[in-house]
Design a binder for this molecule. Structure first.
Ligand code: ADP
Ligand code: MG
Length: 474
């Protein structure tokens, strides 16, 4: 990865503000799914063990700039306290004298969680004053909130103007896994796209069409492709204004020799509700009063067969209305198949809140190679765009060959962590859940000091290079 990570930072005794993504589902004041909280633990533990004062900052839900009691981070703080077995107090507000005092009293190894950043409209507005205040709390900034990295907010972008900015271990893992898809996928490489709408996914399909060997389409979005093929789809969800895009995508796929698999038969329902009447029909002429809600058996078999030898898979979007168990069969069949592929060594990466929920519900999440914590962010990344929250992080010095006769000290410092990283990279965040992380963090603390000035001297170049890389692949 071409960004510096916390392994490159000297954090001992420093105040480190970590932007995490604790945007988790809550019900009755309890965290319903703590996977995002768990995913942040390797970074938190590594910082704590390296002797940092850890200030966590996150948003939760959409309070639209107003204090909203149901969106307070207290339940998250409680869950984190349980997971870390270490008290994590939540401040009453992200701003204010009380918060400043609490932060001043922090000692190395302590953790404080700031109250929901989005209680302040300045957060989403990327207000410079708000960013400066957040920055004043810390000496070092860490972004571990991959799921929010596609948003240019005060805590993801503005703050990095003021502080040396490093990637957290989760951010590193996400970027490593997703760039592997774009840069060096083992073939055959398949993308499976489903979900409700095609409109948000056209750019990602366009970019993936230059990379994949196989494109499997299902869910509501496939309906627009069926329309493009002149089929009738009854009352099914579709976007007639995207039919032209669908046609163009099918033509590009043919030109690029990408095999496209669309549903051949479907489950249709009278209503998109539990307990409604449903049956299987060929995906040709759906009568006017029916909705397509899932793949039929033949489609499932066709897709499972098409995917049977893939070595790399990216999946976003359920292949039916999986929230209703009778319409989850297509999604479940493909998930089982992918879990099996992953167990046989294929790289299976899944992104998207609902897709992940569907897989988690089946108990298959741990079998996959990587479950992205970012839905929108993973799609934007795979569109070939550099995410604003990633762009602002410090760049690793380019490889020695590219920087002849640069400052010796700088070069040494920046090559070390990168060598260390190649051997650990994807696994690093996993091992960090155990007690290991102290070592890399502590080690880099002694070696990586000169990165700060060096990184400042270089930021534009590598950033441009990587932007170009992705653009040129289009
Ligand atoms: P993700 O969150 O994984 O990115 P999306 O949000 O794009 O996925 O899509 C998920 C939604 O798509 C689910 O709520 C699911 O019910 C819906 N969906 C899937 N297939 C259909 C369909 N045939 N008709 C209507 N909605 C569908
Ligand atoms: Mg969704």
């Amino acid at each position: 990865m071409d960004k510096l990570t916390i392994r490159d930072a000297d954090v001992a005794g420093k105040r480190v503000l970590v932007r995490v993504d604790f945007n988790v589902p809550l019900a009755d004041g309890k965290v319903q799914d703590d996977s995002r909280i768990r995913a942040s633990i390797p970074t938190i533990v590594a910082l704590v063990q390296a002797g940092a004062k850890v200030i966590l900052a996150s948003h939760l839900g959409r309070p639209n700039g107003k204090v909203t009691d149901s969106l307070r981070l207290r339940p998250v703080g409680q869950r984190l306290t349980e997971l870390l077995r270490r008290n994590v107090p939540v401040t009453g507000d992200a701003l204010g004298i009380g918060t400043e005092d609490a932060l001043k009293r922090m000692r190395p190894g302590e953790i404080v969680l700031l109250e929901n950043l989005r209680f302040h409209p300045e957060e989403e507005a990327n207000d410079p004053g708000f960013a400066a205040t957040l920055a004043s709390y810390a000496d070092i900034y860490v972004n571990d909130a991959f799921g929010t990295a596609h948003r240019a907010h005060a805590s993801t972008v503005g703050i990095a103007k003021h502080l040396p900015a490093y990637a957290g271990l989760l951010m590193e893992r996400e970027l490593t896994m997703l760039s592997r898809l774009l840069e060096s996928p083992e073939r055959p490489f398949a993308a499976i796209l489903g979900g409700a709408k095609v409109s948000g996914k056209i750019d990602v399909i366009d970019n993936l069409l230059t990379k994949v060997d196989l494109l499997v389409l299902g869910g509501g979005m496939a309906n627009t492709f069926l329309l493009a093929q002149g089929k009738t789809i009854g009352k099914s969800l579709a976007e007639p204004d995207r039919v032209e895009d669908a046609r163009r995508i099918l033509a590009t796929a043919e030109k690029n020799k990408v095999r496209v698999v669309l549903p051949v038969d479907v489950i249709v329902a009278k209503e998109v509700t539990r307990g409604t009447e449903y049956k299987t029909l060929l995906a040709e002429k759906i009568p006017a009063s029916w909705h397509i809600v899932d793949l039929g058996k033949q489609s499932q078999e066709l897709m499972v067969e098409a995917l049977s030898n893939v070595k790399t898979v990216f999946w976003n979007g359920p292949l039916g209305v999986f929230e209703i168990p009778s319409f989850a069969h297509g999604t479940n069949a493909v998930a089982r198949m992918l879990a099996d592929r992953a167990e046989h060594g294929a790289t299976v990466v899944i992104g998207g809140g609902d897709s992940v929920a569907a897989i988690t519900r089946q108990g298959l999440a741990s079998k996959m190679t990587h479950i992205s914590t970012g839905g929108g962010a993973s799609l934007e990344f795979l569109e070939g765009r550099e995410l604003p929250g990633v762009q602002v992080l410090l760049d690793r010095e380019p490889a020695q060959a590219k920087t002849p006769a640069r400052k010796q000290a700088t070069k040494k410092a920046s090559t070390k962590p990168s060598t260390a990283k190649t051997s650990t990279s994807a696994k690093a965040s996993k091992s960090a859940t155990t007690a290991k992380p102290t070592k890399p963090a502590a080690k880099s603390a002694t070696t990586a000091k000169p990165t700060k000035p060096s990184a400042k001297a270089t930021p534009t170049k590598p950033a441009k290079t990587s932007a170009k890389t992705s653009a040129s692949r289009k």
